[in-house]
Design a protein around this ligand. Structure first.
Ligand code: UDX
Length: 451
């Protein structure tokens, strides 16, 4: 793939991209925008006012804000299904008007919109425009989501379901790995998934934020379920870092602190941009980290601990207890952190960006999935690829301490590192000329030029 420093050749074709406004979905779309710009396309990004991206970091892209109609309460809801349902309704007219304005100024080759914005398919159809979908999750987790409306009730409506039971419809998952999302009405969830799957089938192509060597069998499943061109062209962040689309300020002091640590000695801990936890769980984590005696860099995002502004829930005397062995920040330059020589493990919630970023740097994981696709990703990390250790919900400080040591200092962790380094090598190859993602990106580019 080309890098940001190369001056792109223009091809006079205009693409309009529309990201879903959450950090974990904005990052890949903005990276894709930059990659396609480097292929010569001119790019406009239509975005909601809610979580709008920082334009100044992308001077070569045109940004057009549209109204999302969200009240303050709606924008701060924890119910991500209510939010996505509202946005799919509220954005229809503003999105259509914005697109009409752009078309009045000149032709558009195609639209690239996040899969979550399923409404955009009928808008695209109305203008006779091809729409390509970007799905920013792993392929296997999307395949599980697609079957969820059919199987969820079967497993979760029973009072006595067994968490360890296998799910024959989605091997190798067990019931405990099925994506769970808390929402006021599960019918809204099923309706949303059904719309997302139907409108993805109706689209002209599907871009995956992954690479084919990692998910070969899921990719062939996807090609059957979505018989449209599939383009696994990830990971993107090796070409364009997520720092350029970070909604929060990254605390660079974490890097100077890492500079003072021994190679592979630090456990990096971060649960992404949405996950939340209670005070009890937070305290168990704090003691598990302290008692493991491993140096750690911990991202405690404001809002991570329910009911707390930031660190008030830490036990008293905690800072004195850990001294220089721990560094706590609100938000870190994660990709730089994972690539740092001092980082030897990543305690993660297994959001797909974090999982892929860890693979790209060969850092073994401790998995604490919180909801949705994270449960499925964690299953693959721990049981399929053998590159991480999963924590069950409710695990206590003593067990955490032992498991942290298993990953950071014992042979088991070393073996995980060897396996993840093999995957890292595959990533490096897939992005180079002739590699799978490189080839698929070339195909995507030619496909768009054929419209
Ligand atoms: C959301 C969902 O929660 C997740 O399940 C889904 O796979 C993607 O969308 P999020 O929870 O934010 O994402 O996690 P993740 O996908 O890991 O994305 C977080 C992004 O923020 C990563 O690109 C990471 O590099 C960045 N980050 C995180 C920082 O830049 N600094 C930090 O301190 C933490």
């Amino acid at each position: 793939m080309e890098t940001q420093t190369q001056k792109p050749q223009t091809n006079n074709r205009h693409l309009v991209l529309y990201p879903y406004p959450l950090q974990g979905l904005i990052n890949p779309m903005l990276q894709l925008a930059n990659i396609l710009h480097s292929k010569g396309f001119s790019i406009t990004i239509i975005h909601t006012h809610f979580n709008s991206p920082t334009k100044s970091k992308h001077p070569h892209i045109t940004f057009l804000p549209i109204s999302d109609g969200l009240s303050k309460t709606e924008a701060s809801t924890e119910d991500i299904i209510s939010l996505v349902t509202l946005l799919n309704t509220n954005c229809v007219a503003p999105f259509r008007d914005c697109l009409a304005g752009l078309l009045a100024d000149g032709p558009i080759a195609c639209l690239i919109t996040d899969a979550l914005f399923h409404f955009s398919q009928s808008v695209a159809d109305g203008f006779g425009l091809p729409r390509i979908v970007l799905r920013t999750s792993s392929i296997f987790s999307f395949m599980v989501f697609a079957t969820l409306p059919a199987i969820h009730e079967k497993y979760f409506s029973k009072q006595d379901f067994q968490l360890e039971s296998p799910v024959p419809e989605a091997p190798p998952l067990q019931v405990k790995d099925l994506p769970t999302i808390t929402t006021k009405d599960s019918n809204d969830l099923y309706k949303f998934i059904t719309n997302m799957v139907t409108q993805t089938k109706a689209s002209s192509g599907l871009i995956w934020y992954t690479f084919s060597e990692l998910e070969e069998s899921a990719l062939s499943q996807s090609r059957k379920l979505f018989p449209i061109p599939n383009f696994p062209i990830g990971p993107f962040h090796k070409s364009f870092p997520a720092s350029s689309s970070s909604l929060l300020i990254q605390d660079k002091s974490s890097i100077s602190w890492l500079d003072t640590q021994k190679p592979k000695s630090v456990l990096y801990v971060s649960f992404g941009s949405i996950a939340e936890m209670g005070v009890k769980e937070f305290n168990e984590m704090a003691w598990g980290l302290a008692n493991s005696m491993q140096p750690f860099l911990w991202v405690v995002r404001p809002g991570l601990v329910r009911g707390s502004e930031w660190l008030e829930a830490l036990p008293s005397g905690y800072a004195e207890k850990i001294g220089d062995r721990g560094c706590i920040v609100k938000w870190a330059p994660q990709q730089e952190v994972l690539a740092h020589f001092a980082v030897g493990g990543f305690w993660t919630h297994n959001g797909w960006n974090s999982t892929l970023e860890s693979i790209c740097e060969g850092v073994p994981m401790i998995c604490s999935p919180c909801f949705g696709d994270q449960l499925v990703n964690a299953k693959y990390v721990s049981d399929v690829w053998g590159i991480g250790l999963r924590f069950e919900k409710g695990v206590e400080r003593g067990e955490m301490e032992r498991r942290i040591r298993r990953v950071m200092v014992e042979r088991e962790g070393e073996e995980m590192r060897e396996r993840i380094l093999c995957l890292k090598e595959k990533v490096d190859v897939c992005l180079k000329e002739g590699g799978s993602s490189y080839q698929h990106l070339e195909e995507l580019s030619s496909y768009i030029l054929s419209f």
